[in-house]
Design a protein around this ligand. Structure first.
Ligand SMILES: NC(=O)C1=CN([C@@H]2O[C@H](COP(=O)(O)OP(=O)(O)OC[C@H]3O[C@@H](n4cnc5c(N)ncnc54)[C@H](OP(=O)(O)O)[C@@H]3O)[C@@H](O)[C@H]2O)C=CC1
Ligand SMILES: CC(C)=CCC[C@@H](C)[C@H]1CC[C@H]2C3=C(CC[C@]12C)[C@@]1(C)CCC(=O)[C@@H](C)[C@@H]1CC3
Length: 402
């Protein structure tokens, strides 16, 4: 049976590049494009079919910022499919971004330049708005709509014969300091984007705790900074063009500048098109290439360099991949993706996986421990459940729930 993969925000940017890469790896997939604009969805479908005519591609209309639309789309998906193998929660917004040019210029000559350019910390504010349902739009789009979608799609994702996956497009901008459990919609701040991406990281952790035993696994991916309609909202296209020579030079310093959606999607594809027995993972500390057995069991012998990093405590032991992944790279010719070829059960739920670029533009994947604790994740999940109940009650009151 064909695997079914659903991608939100599939009509442009990294979502579209992801669809292209998925089909290049496995044209036997059934790809379902979840887009808010039917014309753009159809254009994306046509473009994907042009490069992969044998593919099965359908579309479903959904505005993830609108709970009614999410419930309706989920109902349609439940009628169309008996199972979903993978859902990419990718649609996202960063409305009316405003760049602090002064902070950028002074940051460029400071010691925090690399961190600043990777995360945009201290550089951007956004102007959020309130939706017709009284939700903050950035939170509603980036987090809550996807949370509702996952809850509604549970019957298609859980308790199957093989594990199903959720993959969130998060960001290096996710920042603990911008998120508050008391104000998780970020009503009072000016950095709703960073807050929403941190909320997404928390939610992924909480979903793993709730749903792993039912065969659903959630992972967090960060595509790096790309030139898409989102970033063209910060500076006009011609300014980006003028900045390109500087950006190419900065790339030797800033490994988060993936720049193209294709590169940004390095970490995302989840299908193991090459099958088992072709481990693509190497620990560059040692150059130790994983055997099939190690790959499957996620055990990696620790290298002398890693021993130094762990203060010697791990010498001679085997460690989970998670302890060593901060330097792991794709080593296959052509720089193909390795990460999500791993069994979902073998990924560390507390790490996020990042598309990363070298100065010469080749891409690989790194991992980073998320700056969060599971107790906060659990509490946030409960806040979302309460909001879910409230929103559904309001919709029922207005007779809008399908
Ligand atoms: N660009 C970057 O540097 C980075 C981006 N990301 C993340 O990548 C993801 C994709 O962004 P990117 O490709 O850059 O930008 P794009 O603007 O190209 O893509 C955003 C996609 O999300 C869709 N979308 C937005 N709002 C809604 C909504 N309410 N309902 C349904 N779909 C919606 C858009 O649809 P439509 O065409 O109709 O607007 C579009 O398809 C986002 O989550 C973003 O946060 C993460 C790190 C860096
Ligand atoms: C590099 C120079 C000289 C100019 C560009 C300045 C900014 C426009 C640019 C610097 C860091 C960038 C950045 C993002 C957008 C563009 C910058 C602010 C993001 C916020 C885009 C969306 C994300 O999710 C983040 C990971 C990016 C972080 C870095």
């Amino acid at each position: 049976m064909r695997k079914v993969v659903l991608v939100t925000g599939a009509n442009s940017g990294v979502g579209h590049a992801l669809c292209q890469r998925l089909l290049q790896e496995d044209d036997g997939l059934h790809l379902c494009l979840a887009c808010r604009n039917p014309d753009r969805a159809e254009a994306a479908r046509a473009a994907l079919l042009a490069s992969c005519p044998s593919a099965q591609i359908t579309a479903v209309q959904v505005d993830v910022s609108d709970p009614r639309s999410v419930l309706r789309a989920a109902g349609e998906l439940r009628r169309r499919f008996r199972r979903l193998d993978c859902v990419y929660l990718n649609a996202g917004i960063m409305p009316q971004p405003q760049l602090d040019v002064g902070a950028l210029l002074s940051g460029l000559f400071s010691r925090r330049v690399v961190h600043m350019l990777c995360t945009a910390e201290g550089l951007l504010i956004q102007h959020d708005r309130v939706t017709a349902d009284g939700l903050q739009e950035v939170f509603a789009t980036n987090v809550f709509g996807h949370f509702l979608l996952v809850r509604e799609l549970e019957p298609l994702l859980c308790d199957g014969d093989s594990p199903a996956r959720l993959i969130w497009t998060s960001s290096r901008s996710a920042q603990k300091a911008k998120f508050s459990l008391q104000d998780f919609q970020h009503r009072s701040g000016q950095e709703p984007y960073s807050s929403s991406k941190y909320a997404m990281d928390l939610l992924s952790v909480a979903l793993n705790r709730k749903l792993n035993q039912r065969g659903l696994y959630s992972s967090v991916a960060c595509p790096g900074t790309m030139l898409t309609s989102m970033t063209y909202g910060i500076l006009p296209a011609f300014v980006w063009t003028l900045l390109m020579p500087i950006i190419w030079l900065l790339r030797f310093l800033v490994n988060g500048f993936t720049l193209t959606p294709h590169n940004g999607a390095e970490v995302l594809p989840a299908e193991d098109a090459r099958g088992a027995g072709q481990p693509a993972v190497r620990c560059p500390c040692w150059g130790h290439r994983l055997t099939e057995e190690e790959n499957a069991s996620r055990l990696l012998l620790i290298s002398p360099q890693c021993v130094r990093q762990t203060g010697g405590s791990a010498k001679g032991q085997s460690l989970g991949v998670a302890h060593c992944t901060s330097t792991m790279q794709s080593t296959e010719p052509g720089g193909q993706v390795w990460l999500f070829r791993q069994r979902p059960e073998s990924l560390d739920p507390l790490s996020k996986y990042l598309s990363t670029a070298t100065g010469f533009g080749s891409t690989y994947v790194t991992a980073q421990k998320m700056d969060l604790d599971e107790d906060t994740a659990e509490r946030f999940y409960h806040s979302l459940l309460e909001l879910d109940t409230h929103v559904r009650a309001t919709l029922q009151g207005t007779g809008a729930q399908s």
